[in-house]
Design a protein around this ligand. Structure first.
Ligand SMILES: Cc1cc2nc3c(=O)[nH]c(=O)nc-3n(C[C@H](O)[C@H](O)[C@H](O)COP(=O)(O)O)c2cc1C
Length: 219
């Protein structure tokens, strides 16, 4: 599949069938993502892939953390208060999601339940946490974003869908503990992935994009 057609077809997927990705496919995909470029070739990404019992344990701990009323404490500056047009687009994407699953805007409880699905990895068979040394801050964040998009495109070529999730960086402590990561390691964000459940309403979520002339200036 060409990159152009992958870009036309790809959407974030938030429901998956109960079928893990074969180990050799996982190896291939992550080996290809290693080819991502990075500033000075420092390759700051430390990708932590969770599956099976480890993923289930982490899911349980994340949900317990959330239910305890804990406030998010991301390792990096990721508590966005979007403004203006960015806020409008944020509402637009939330509305696209909630209308796909038939949740009314005023139904706070249903919206919270939909949000909770993030920390259940949307029942995906795998999730990956994009981690890096905390000191790298914005320099590393750029590289991790590029790495994640490379990974996402390679996954698409193998028929594997995903949802990138800032939500997975909001409660880093249980992740560090269960994956036995050192204190200096920060969790920036994550991604749930697997084979899409095409029958799930949530996967009908469609977002739009700004007109080219409002995003790109040719000088
Ligand atoms: C860095 C990043 C973080 C994201 N975090 C979340 C998230 O926490 N939960 C979620 O459901 N979607 C998340 N998304 C998915 C976006 O909502 C989605 O990409 C956007 O609405 C555009 O829709 P599309 O991917 O279907 O084209 C994230 C995407 C990116 C790139």
């Amino acid at each position: 599949m060409s990159i152009e057609s992958i870009l036309q077809q790809r959407t974030s997927v938030r429901a998956f069938v109960d079928q893990p990705v074969a180990d050799d496919t996982l190896q291939k995909i992550f080996a290809s993502a290693q080819l991502s470029p990075s500033n000075c070739n420092v390759q700051p990404w430390q990708a932590c892939v969770v599956s099976g019992a480890t993923k289930d344990k982490l899911k349980q701990r994340l949900i317990e953390t959330l239910m305890s009323g804990a406030s998010p404490n991301p390792d990096f500056n990721w508590l966005p208060q979007y403004q203006g047009i960015h806020r409008e687009r944020q509402f637009g994407s939330a509305n696209a999601l909630y209308s796909a699953i038939g949740v009314a805007r005023e139904d706070k409880k249903a919206r919270q339940m939909a949000m909770l699905r993030n920390w259940q990895f949307f029942d995906a068979p795998h999730a990956v946490f994009f981690t890096m040394d905390k000191y790298l801050d914005i320099m590393g964040a750029v590289d991790l974003g590029i790495y994640a998009q490379t990974l996402s495109l390679v996954m698409a070529e193998h028929g594997i869908s995903n949802c990138m999730q800032g939500a997975l960086g909001q409660f880093p402590d249980p992740v560090r503990e269960i994956l036995n990561l050192p204190d200096e390691r920060g969790i920036l964000f994550g991604m749930s992935f697997g084979y899409a459940d095409d029958s799930a309403a949530v996967n009908n979520t469609r977002t739009d994009r700004e007109l080219l002339e409002n995003s790109v200036t040719f000088f």
